[in-house]
Design a protein around this ligand. Structure first.
Ligand SMILES: [Zn+2]
Length: 85
């Protein structure tokens, strides 16, 4: 395997479904090629950052629900104030 082949299969390296044979070929090349090793490291970090972002990003529906809940609370407080006054 050369660098071009390695890069062509780079996404497979992070895919758990990738066949073990291909994976060990990729690992073998990476072990002897610092350039591809760095590429894999960088890609892995990018993927991990992306995954972390996903964890902390609220789905649109939950965001809307939260927004609604806050609005309802504000409305209730406002009405309470008004009824007192
Ligand atoms: Zn390489």
């Amino acid at each position: 395997m050369n660098c071009t082949e390695f890069l062509a299969n780079l996404t497979d390296f992070f895919d758990a479904k990738t066949a073990t044979a291909l994976r060990s070929e990729l690992e073998q090349h990476m072990a002897g090629c610092s350039h591809c090793h760095v590429t894999v490291d960088t890609t892995r970090q990018t993927i991990e950052v992306y995954r972390n972002d996903e964890l902390f990003e609220l789905p649109e529906s939950i965001r809307t629900q939260l927004h609604q809940a806050v609005l309802t609370k504000c409305e209730k407080l406002k009405r309470k104030k008004e009824s007192k006054a």
